[in-house]
Design a protein around this ligand. Structure first.
Ligand code: PXP
Length: 243
């Protein structure tokens, strides 16, 4: 059964809407951990639209589970990661105009920047993950880069319906098996919610799910504690039945 990492970016989105101090992502992270989250994920975007540098530094001091930093492959972000030392880094592509991360990273197109970045982060004791579409080429390039993990992009699956969703799920199953064959560990995330999470929690080899928006939306009605617990319950349903 995979572990749940809660992405708390949108706590900061709400705070930045008024450039105030509330709601505080650090407090939200603690509540998620108390509710049973196995890790906290934040994306420090280059435009700093939600999470700020200060949040990442404070979270490094307060998170007692695992801190996963999502970031673009830039010198600035690699330097911040090397200084702050999150437990994990997940490299994502970033576009200024996008509302959220749109596609996976194309490791083969990252050129000569990727391998040294992966190497220096791993040497600093940080596990490295690359957020990729569930296709053979990015998986092969991820394996060549020396990354520990891939995070399979579940956005196309989440957006699809009916037969199309089944075929997206099959792509994810195939990709998870292939990633494992290539020696990569497997995470998954993006667009997951209470209704679509179960088949993803049952993917072969999947270790962590990164889920943000759905949990934060539900928390407005139920509180963060219950929203995290309900998601954990849905993931728990993926565990094989014991006699
Ligand atoms: N994984 C990655 C790499 C992401 O960029 C995001 C969005 O920030 C997520 C997971 C979480 O996606 P969602 O907010 O749709 O659950």
């Amino acid at each position: 059964m995979p572990r749940l990492h809660v992405n708390i970016d949108h706590v900061a989105t709400l705070r930045q809407a008024r450039h105030s101090k509330q709601p505080d992502p650090v407090l939200a992270a603690g509540l998620c951990e108390l509710a049973g989250a196995n890790g906290i994920t934040v994306h420090l975007r280059e435009d700093r639209r939600h999470i700020q540098d200060r949040d990442v530094r404070l979270l490094r001091q307060t998170v007692t589970t695992l801190l996963n930093l999502e970031m673009a492959l830039t010198d600035e972000m690699v330097a911040i990661a090397l200084e702050v030392r999150p437990d994990q880094v997940c490299m994502v592509p970033e576009k200024r105009e996008e509302l959220t991360t749109e596609g996976g990273l194309d490791p083969a197109a990252c050129g000569e920047r990727l391998d040294p970045a992966v190497k220096s982060l791993r040497q600093a004791g940080i596990e490295v993950s690359l957020f990729v579409d569930p296709m053979p080429e990015p998986l092969e390039a991820a394996a060549r880069s020396g990354a520990d993990f891939v995070e399979l992009h579940t956005g196309a699956y989440a957006n699809a319906r009916g037969a199309q969703r089944e075929s997206e799920l099959l792509r994810l199953v195939t990709a998870a098996n292939y990633a494992h064959e290539l020696g990569l560990r497997v995470n998954a995330g993006h667009g997951l919610d209470y209704e679509n999470v179960l088949p993803i929690a049952q993917l072969p080899y999947v270790e962590e799910l990164n889920i943000g928006y759905a949990i934060l939306c539900r928390s407005i009605y139920t509180g963060l504690d219950q929203a995290v617990r309900e998601m954990q319950d849905r993931i728990l349903a993926a565990a094989p039945e014991m006699d």
